[in-house]
Design a protein around this ligand. Sequence first.
Ligand code: NAD
Length: 484
Amino acid sequence: MTPDKYIKNYIDGALVPAASGAYLDNYCPATGKVYSQLPDSDEQDVQRAVDAAERAFPEWSKAEPGKRFRILMRIADIIEQNMEEFARAETTDSGKPLAMSMSVDIPRAQANFRFFATAIVQFGSESHHMAGEAVNYTLRQPLGVVGCISPWNLPLYLFTWKIAPALATGNCVVAKPSELTPMTAYLLSKACIEAGLPSGVLNIVHGLGNKAGQAIVEHPVVKAISFTGGTATGKKIVATAGPMFKKLSLELGGKNPNIIFADCNFDAMIVDTLRSSFSNNGQICLCGSRIYVERPLYEKFRDELVKRTQFLKVGDPFSAVTDLGALVSLQHLEKVESYLSLAEVEGGSILCGGTRVEMKGEYETGYYLRPAVIEGLPLECRTNQEEIFGPVVTITPFDTEEEAIALANGTVYGLSATLWTQDISRANRVAEQLQAGIVWVNCWMVRDLRTPFGGVKNSGIGREGGNEALRFFTEPKNVCMKYG
Ligand code: NAD
């Protein structure tokens, strides 16, 4: 299970290069160096993957759920047995601390398979009884061949969050991980082969979004697309798949607010706010990037957040003492830096961070940035409106509950929001008015896999998680039977 220099596609049960034979460079963000190659797949590879999935569908879709359960559980076991290899591969590919890959990314990838393996053997469908006349029952049937496309920030975690429910419900899948972080998806292909997943049930095609990804979205046989990524990409997917009447689940960008009232439990709040600001270098769609603090607490909060941010250790992602590793790519580092310059032009003050970390030796050319806290920016400015997706937060005081809600709701996004208060009535009142798919009260990133997950406004369409995912990947068919 060691990473290979040449990543292969997983099509029809075999590990194969792209039909064209072309490869793309795969960078290690910690060193800024190319360390492997991934297939530069195109529509020929997608066609082969779709053909294999179509061939596999009749048998897989009719397999009793217990068979799917056993194979998915085996895949989870193999990931668990090779946890360290998977975690090291994730860190090498993404730049995130190994501690995070070991405690969050890879455990969650296994959990995704276990969760949906067990869910499918307990999944039921509805019936509607018309007393004395008829009974309606709803069949929940797999869609056929479906596409799953995922981003680079939580590579295997999000890839398997889509693939596991798609397979559990009897679909066959053509999936594409991000071209920036392909390695754990490749290791997953090996795990699927070892677990005895029948050929063609899952196909993993590597490559660029506008080439391999686009070919999946526009393929007429692919019935549904489950996509996680940026809002601009989501728009392109809708433009292609909408007129083809494909089923779509889109988990897109965010610009999430944290609302902190003066009556909060300060110690718990400051610890979680630091996490929600800078975990994974702020490269989690659920990170809180706009922090609103009730005025009486503002100065104390600002000073403590800045102090703790300055203590965070940025560096070698493989070191146990590192809090923040490298950003995912040079292009992304430059994008985040461009927002820091913009924030100053827009009148903000950078209270700490925002500068590159000078590293030594092999890490000299890696993508390291000190986490930044900015104050003094209005809601309408681009820094507060656009998703930066890096270790950058803005802080702003507010005076009233109404003002806090208006600020929180004042962007085109609506993924998640975090609320800190000891007043339970206020917590319920504010949570109800926030335009977000997920509201955390006095916590952040507490996840129960049964709950609906997704965003409103430009943060997406549809929901993942629990029964929502099982419903997305099945088509309901009502059968009405009249008595006698
Ligand atoms: P991205 O949109 O650039 O890419 C995501 C995936 O889509 C990649 O695999 C890419 O190759 C592919 N892709 C790109 N163009 C495509 C096209 N035309 N057709 C089909 N596929 C295409 O996003 P990213 O930079 O990889 O990820 C960061 C973004 O993801 C951020 O905006 C972040 O908020 C978002 N995100 C959202 C969630 C959520 O649950 N809402 C979770 C994680 C990340």
